[in-house]
Design a protein. Structure first.
Length: 344
């Protein structure tokens, strides 16, 4: 069966030395047997069998799978390459060690086809995601039922307040491709944690969104060497700082966007600033304690309104408790938060 004339959804799969998991990922993306999707695997200079596996899929399903080989540019560089090539009405990035649920995907695609028939398809689709923690049978599901009414076209001012640690990471989001182009979305190369920026920088260009209460994305955590391991995040805290500064710069003036959008972006930014501050503190290095203070001082000097709004959030207040008591509170809070969701 040949490919349909219109591609409804482009999956972008950044892949670097991920041969062990790539088959699982691609098999899940193609499980619907739909002909109006495409899978773009960006082999980011892999040195294992990643390229071989990706090429085999492209040979077996040339109408659906494309492979792009490039010199290593990091996760952001791979996403950038995929965005340039995406032909779908919508785009979803799926990391190569993750996968999607086949049942949820079969429910998602008809909804996207309906959007394609609309004179004004929604700019962003939000779904649930599931932490697939290595070695744990309990699966932590992140949903947005308390924030958004499912299956409706929404605007930012119709959203309810997000919970203190609740935010829409990359795994929850499907963007209309045109939104990413209008936002000039381009991620830094050779930088970890750019997924924070990907799920933040385009938001001012999103006018409408819809929430589907589907457990679509399966986020695999706990494998050795992942960038989200505590030790890895501490060692790469300079890259967290870089991404945080870029997010601050991408935050719009309060009066320029709907209040619901601004409130959400400040909420998201407060989480990111807090995460960065936490790992600066967990490093146990006096120079990083100073870097944490400099982060907040730099936001205040360059974006005083945003800094004021950040410091009025609960997280902003907690992370700015001064001195040793504040650092002790951060360490205890990190342990308790990890235990609560089964991360530690």
């Amino acid at each position: 069966m040949g490919k349909s004339s219109e591609t409804i959804l482009s999956f972008i799969v950044p892949a670097y030395n991920i041969a062990t998991y790539l088959n699982r990922c691609l098999s899940s993306l193609l499980s619907s047997r739909s002909t109006d999707i495409e899978v773009i695997v960006v082999d980011d200079g892999s040195e294992d069998d990643t390229a071989y596996i990706a090429n085999r899929w492209a040979q077996e399903q040339p109408d659906l799978v494309r492979v792009i080989h490039q010199h290593n540019k990091g996760h952001g560089g791979a996403v950038n390459t995929g965005l340039k090539q995406a032909r779908g009405l919508y785009v979803k990035v799926v990391d190569a060690d993750d996968w999607v649920d086949s049942t949820a995907l079969s429910q998602l695609l008809p909804i996207l086809r309906q959007q394609a028939q609309s004179p004004s398809p929604v700019d962003m689709v939000v779904t649930n995601y599931v932490y697939e923690k290595e070695g744990r049978s309990h699966k932590h599901v992140v949903n947005f039922r308390s924030v958004m009414t499912p299956n409706q076209q929404l605007r930012w001012n119709q959203l309810k307040p997000f919970g203190i640690t609740q935010y829409m990471i990359m795994h929850a989001l499907i963007f209309r491709t045109d939104v990413l182009h209008r936002a000039a979305t381009h991620l830094p190369e050779h930088t970890f944690y750019v997924d924070f920026l990907y799920s933040y920088q385009p938001l001012p260009y999103v006018r409408t969104l819809t929430y589907l209460d589907l457990n679509l994305y399966r986020y695999y955590t706990g494998r050795t060497g992942q960038s989200v391991e505590t030790s890895a995040m501490i060692s790469r805290v300079d890259q967290l700082l870089r991404v945080t500064h870029l997010m601050v710069d991408a935050t719009p003036a309060r009066a320029s966007v709907p209040d619901g959008l601004y409130q959400y972006m400040v909420h998201y930014l407060s989480i990111n600033c807090t995460v960065t501050s936490v790992f600066l503190i967990l490093s146990n290095k006096p120079e990083n304690y100073k870097a944490k203070e400099q982060l907040w001082d730099s936001i205040e000097s360059s974006h005083p309104q945003i800094a004021s709004d950040l410091k009025h959030t609960l997280l902003g207040k907690l992370i700015n408790i001064p001195g040793r008591p504040g650092r002790l509170a951060v360490r205890i809070g990190y342990i308790l938060a990890g235990a609560a969701v089964g991360f530690n």
